[in-house]
Design a protein around this ligand. Structure first.
Ligand SMILES: NC(=O)c1ccc[n+]([C@@H]2O[C@H](COP(=O)([O-])OP(=O)(O)OC[C@H]3O[C@@H](n4cnc5c(N)ncnc54)[C@H](O)[C@@H]3O)[C@@H](O)[C@H]2O)c1
Length: 248
């Protein structure tokens, strides 16, 4: 089946470091890229991307941690795409709120689990059934190297491990509908999310990376774009490491 006629991709966290590069890369193959973010200026961000690349982007403000907000997102997307829905979904929005467990209050736990894990349900649930009905879909979930467990990240590691389990479960359910579900597990990528890490710790971390450098968001975007393409047709239930050889 040819899916080239009406290809729509949606990227959550679409105005962040990785999300922006993923959106830009996907616009090479998709006729419309919808960028979703909690930031107020997401429409302006989409406009700027359209002007920069001369391709079609639309911005929608939504909070991926809220099922209600995502239900509205589903309705907005249905309207914008005239009932088509989306062909590829990149569940990328995420936050960190690092803290040693003894100092981790409920709010730090709750906010990370809601944004990084509940979002998987809240967003995917809006689009998966239409993908199955149409017999085509690509879902890519952004986990993290931290999913195996990292000091000061009990909240984040739990959420990102949940993303791996979610990916595996959905891949088994959706395979027969030709909807693939994969994850990526980046190491350290040069974006805002790392800015909260003190300089000295960052230096030590980079020293431990076999490639001795951070990933560029574009490198992550290339992997996502491949998984979102028709070429990745027989890959499902994988979470692919992209970490310069680094493991905690
Ligand atoms: N940068 C890294 O080193 C790294 C490593 C591994 C995994 N990741 C993961 O990659 C993803 C993207 O991170 P990034 O590095 O681009 O960070 P980033 O902070 O640049 O981007 C994250 C984006 O998500 C958005 N967002 C946050 N909460 C949201 C909400 N409730 N609803 C909608 N949007 C929301 C933010 O506004 C931001 O634009 C995250 O899931 C992160 O956990 C990043």
């Amino acid at each position: 089946m040819d899916h080239s006629s009406a290809k729509v991709a949606l990227v959550t966290g679409g105005s962040g470091g990785i999300g922006t590069e993923v959106a830009a890369k996907l616009s090479e193959a998709f006729s419309l890229v919808i960028v979703v973010d909690i930031k107020d200026d997401i429409s302006d961000h989409a406009k700027a991307l359209s002007e920069k690349f001369g391709r079609k982007f639309t911005g929608i403000k939504a909070d991926v941690s809220s099922f209600e907000s995502c239900t509205q997102l589903g309705k907005d997307v249905n309207r914008i795409t005239e009932g088509h829905g989306i062909d590829a979904l990149v569940n990328n929005a995420g936050i960190t709120r690092d803290s040693m467990f003894g100092r981790m209050d409920y709010q730090l736990w709750d906010s990370v689990i809601k944004v990084d894990l509940y979002s998987m349900f809240n967003v995917t649930r809006q689009f998966s059934e239409k993908m199955k009905e149409r017999g085509y879909g690509r879902i890519i979930n952004v986990s993290s190297i931290s999913w195996r467990g990292n000091v000061g990240q009990a909240n984040y590691a739990s959420a990102k491990a949940g993303v791996v389990g979610f990916t595996n479960a959905l891949s088994r359910e959706f395979a027969r509908y030709n909807v693939t579900v994969n994850g990526i597990s980046p190491g350290l990528v040069d974006t805002e999310i790392l800015k909260s890490i003190p300089e000295k710790i960052m230096k030590d971390l980079i020293e431990k990376i076999p490639m001795k450098r951070l990933a560029k968001p574009e490198e992550v975007a290339d992997l996502v774009a491949f998984l979102a393409s028709e070429k990745a047709s027989y890959i499902t239930g994988e979470t692919i490491n992209i970490n310069g050889g680094f493991f905690f």
